[in-house]
Each structure stands twice: as C-alpha cells, then as structure tokens.
Design a protein around this ligand. Structure first.
Ligand code: PLP
Length: 381
C-alpha cells in the first residue's frame, strides 16, 4: 500500500523544476566570490536566483540575504535587530506567544545571555495575536522595545496573523516576521507589509532542505552571526550554496501550489472528521488560515499514540509540537490558545500540499474512526 503524506508543514517533496535546476548546478564549477570566468558564471546564476526570490516576495534583490535555513534567518534577524536596538538603549524583545521555536528559543537565549527582557503577545482562543495588548505595551514601553517578531502564519494551526496591523501599531519599531509557512501559500509582499525583516525557507515550498533567506531592508544594518568572507552585506559570511539557492529560486518561480485545490481538500477533510468524530474540534477554525493546515483535537486521546496508529495505516501526520528526550511536550501554541495540558496533548496536525489528492483525504477518513477508537482505548489502559 502506498503511503499518504499529510505533513507538508514539516517539509515538502521537491518540485521537478527545483530538482532539475539543482542537479544542473551541482555539476557547475566556480565559487561565486571568485573573479575569474568560472566564478562570474556562478555569480550570475546566483544573482538571477536572488532576483527571482525578490520578485516572489516583493522586495529589492539587494534585500535578499541567503541563509542555510529559516532557523538561521530567524536567529540572524532577531539577534541582529536586538543588538542594534540595545546599542540605542532598547532592551525589550517582543514576540508572539505562538512563534516557532526558531524565534522562541533565540528570544530566550537573548534573555539569558544578552540582557534582553522578552515580552510575549498573547493570542485569543482562535490563535490570533492580541492587538490591544500590543497597543498598550507600545504606549507604555515603546521607547524600550528593540524588535517585535510576529509570524505571518502559524505552523501548527495555519492561523494567519494581522501583520499589517502589527506593523502599523509598531510605528518606528522594527518588525520581523517569520513567513516560512506562508510564502507561496497566500499573498506576501515584504514592501507592502512594511516589514524590516522577514524569514523564508526553501523546503516548505518544494525547494531543497538547508537553504533559506532573510529579507532585510536595504537601509538596515545589523551585526552578523557568522563572520568570514563578508558575503551577503557582511551579515552572513560563507561560500554560497549555489545549487540549493538555484533550487530554491526554481521552486519559488514554479506554479507549486494551487491554493484553491488545497483548500478544497482541507475543507473536505474537516467535514469528514467532524462527521466521523463528532466531539473532535478544529483549532483556529474561526480564523483566517493557510489553505493546507488542519489542527484537530481528539478528546480522550494522546497525540503520540495517534501518530503511531496513523503511521501504522501508512499515514504521515504530526503532533505539531516538540519532542524533547523522547518526551512529548504539550504544544505552546495550543496552550496559548487556552488548551489544558491534557487537550493540547490530544491533538494532531494534518497538512496538505501541492501533491495531495482527494484519494488521500478519503483514505485518512476511512482509517480515522478505528485509529481514534484504538487511541482512546490505549489512553484508558
Ligand atoms: N519557522 C516556521 C514557522 C517553521 O515552520 C519552520 C520549520 O518548521 C522554521 C521556521 C524553520 O525553518 P528551517 O526548517 O528552514 O530551519
């Protein structure tokens, strides 16, 4: 039996265009920083790729800084903007309570090691950041805030955040957004949003693993995390990973994603889940969400055992939250939305992608009642 992949929020299959572009580039010789013909040829390919990414997200080519991951882009932005702000007497880092660990953890690191005070913006029961909280925080402590980081769309629930409003409320305070999940799924323009910085990752859009980009306003200078050859405005030294960057650009340029198709599958899945398991609930259902992510709470179950039962039915999905030392932790995102430890640990994330089909939905729905019954029985024993 073929397996069904419903974990596109974790990573996606590479699109044909990216595979082809990357394979071709792997055979090319030349360090893009070298001045000879070989180097210049690779540099040209790289600059073309930069332009494609810039066009895809509405920024200038010079605002694209290639990194080795979305995680690196997030770390570079948050730490860099904090250090820049601290030099001007600002020591507060504001993040939403539902950020990915690639923002949450560097923020805590800044608190533990660099004298930052981290303030989290709460979210409501639908998973949307509390703008009134942000407004009053800025009214009382705006002059102390170095950086605000609010993700564009959440990776566990798919809930889209009111970024434009966040930027408006922030005024002159630099705003960074982790757009790793939203790029290519919903409209995204760095310029129109008025952001200072934004993070992207290739492997969520049909590109290769291990390459991303930090989009950083041209006029903004931040300290580097990596020092060396001075590449990428001296913010991110290191020889360019030309094959991966080319693959990233090819994926960004490809049709990749039919949002309407993905959303139709998602909605068919949701109604199937609700009729098969009437006491299940969809997290963030009342909010604007990405087309492909569904986060479901199945009362009386344990996410880990559900995941394994699903896997036994050849279905790949996710608990959506971190596993540390083999111990499943309740999702901080669901906790922030008002879940208890117990219900947060009874939830699964299904994420649909460009290659998903109605047959995938049908298969999961046919397996679901038995998986839930067995999951509940295991939870009682
Ligand atoms: N931010 C979000 C919202 C993500 O979903 C992920 C990946 O799971 C990342 C950042 C990290 O990106 P990368 O895997 O490229 O490090």
């Amino acid at each position: 039996m073929s397996s069904i992949y419903l974990d596109h929020a974790a990573t996606t299959p590479m699109v044909e265009e990216a595979l082809m572009a990357m394979t071709t580039q792997l055979a090319q010789l030349g360090n893009p920083s070298s001045l000879h013909t070989h180097g210049r040829a690779t540099r040209k390919t790289l600059e073309d790729a930069r332009e494609v990414i810039a066009q895809g997200v509405g920024c200038l080519p010079s605002e694209v800084i290639f990194t080795a991951s979305g995680t690196e882009a997030n770390n570079t932005a948050l730490k860099g903007l904090y250090w820049q702000g601290r030099d001007n007497g600002r020591h507060v880092v504001v993040i939403s309570a539902i950020e990915h660990h690639a923002i949450l953890d560097p923020a805590h690191w800044l608190e533990e090691h660099e004298g930052a005070e981290v303030i989290q913006i709460p979210v409501n029961i639908d998973g949307v950041v509390d703008l009134d909280f942000l407004k009053s925080l800025i009214a009382s402590r705006g002059h102390e805030i170095a950086v605000i980081s609010v993700m564009h769309a959440n990776n566990e629930t798919g809930v889209i955040q009111p970024l434009r409003e966040v930027v408006e409320i922030a005024g002159e305070i630099p705003v960074h957004s982790d757009a790793v999940q939203s790029f290519k799924k919903i409209p995204l323009s760095f310029k129109d949003l008025g952001l200072y910085a934004m993070s992207l990752s290739a492997h969520k859009i049909g590109g290769p693993l291990g390459v991303g980009a930090l989009i950083l306003r041209r006029t903004v200078e931040i300290p580097a995390l990596l020092h060396g050859g001075g590449q990428e405005r001296e913010i991110r030294s290191g020889t360019f990973n030309a094959p991966s960057i080319v693959g990233f650009a090819a994926a960004a340029k490809s049709a990749y994603y039919d949002a309407q198709h993905v959303q139709t599958l998602r909605d068919a899945f949701i109604s199937g889940v609700m009729s098969a398991i009437p006491d299940a609930s969809i997290n963030g259902l009342n909010s604007q969400r990405l087309p492909g992510i569904v986060n479901v709470t199945f009362p009386g179950t344990q996410s880990d055992s559900l995941l394994l039962l699903m896997d036994g039915q050849h279905i790949s999905c996710s608990t959506g939250s971190a596993c540390s030392a083999g111990v499943h932790e309740a999702s901080h995102v669901l906790l922030a939305m008002g879940h208890s430890q117990l219900t947060a640990q009874s939830s699964l994330r299904f994420s649909f992608g460009a290659v998903s089909t109605q047959a995938d939905v049908d298969h999961v729905l046919s397996a679901l009642p038995d998986v839930i019954t067995r999951g509940r029985a295991a939870n009682l024993s």
